[in-house]
Design a protein around this ligand. Sequence first.
Ligand SMILES: Nc1ncnc2c1ncn2[C@@H]1O[C@H](COP(=O)(O)OP(=O)(O)OP(=O)(O)O)[C@@H](O)[C@H]1O
Length: 346
Amino acid sequence: MELQLRNLGKRYPGVAALDAVDLDIASGELVALLGPSGSGKTTLLRVIAGLLHADRGSVRFGEIDATKLSLRERNVGFVFQHYALFRHMSVAENVAFGLRSRPRRTRPDQATIARRVQELLQLIQLPELGGRYPEQLSGGQKQRVALARALAIEPSVLLLDEPFGALDAKVRVELRRWLRRLHEQTGQTTLFVTHDQEEALELADRVVVMREGRVEQVGTPSEIYREPASPYVFDFIGRANALAGEVRDGRFEARNLLLDAAGVANGAARLYVRPHDLALADGDDEGMPAQVRAQHRRADRITLELAVDGQERVLELDLADRPDRHPPAIGDRVRVRILRYRVFPA
Ligand SMILES: Nc1ncnc2c1ncn2[C@@H]1O[C@H](COP(=O)(O)OP(=O)(O)OP(=O)(O)O)[C@@H](O)[C@H]1O
């Protein structure tokens, strides 16, 4: 089901947890809400769920104005980071819970519930574990069961609040890939809260970047990564070098560096460039002269810290780690080219 949020606001003493939030989510989309702690992600999810009422604005589910409807009336599926399963119930009973607790009139019969539970256990790839109790499951298995329980009621939307936040890094990566495949099977409209940019970029059809209760940018993962709309998004998503300078008549200047900045207003400005958008130049007359200050090796890349002649700030440059090439050593003189960059008014 599609979702339409208009002008949502929610204040707590001294803070706007949500400030004029507008957002449209298409039916079947998987959308990540991404932002630092306190940016309003959980508040937004709770307002959509009907667990919390906004001070102003509206929430529509398809044709229905859901602003005043309760959690139950909205029929949403919710999975929290620490949403403990019911300990005294088996996995199958947990999954069946939402259906069993429906009013008699809309409650499916026992056989239908049992069939539905088995289908859901298949879907979450735990078909054999219906008889187990939560304490007999791993953290990742518990969250999959929580997801099955949320899906059992055939929710209008699925709302996930850092569902893998408490799991270790490797399980997290496995589960988010699994969730992506599951989403492709179910086509369930899903909102997913995370403060982990990698998770958001890998998992979502679209990413909503939040900042202090406002939507800072909405876009596909590649738009968010390649075309950040503001310095905030540039800094928050991925690594970035920033150089302070000035724009004059469409040119960005920072000491001896001069680059095109058409369309940017005159005045103080900052240039942003990602470490992998810097490259070592082969020729002697290309790029900016610099000296290698430090070298850091990671799994698949080498990061060089470069002191560019005439510049105060050290720039980071990423090189792919190739066995056939020797990276420059500390102290070596090199020349650096800027492949892609953005200039924003400071
Ligand atoms: N019940 C409350 N009473 C007062 N202030 C609140 C309450 N709930 C949230 N806030 C404040 O509202 C703002 C947004 O909080 P919210 O929990 O939505 O952020 P978040 O992005 O989900 O953060 P996190 O990633 O830490 O969960 C924060 O400044 C928070 O302190």
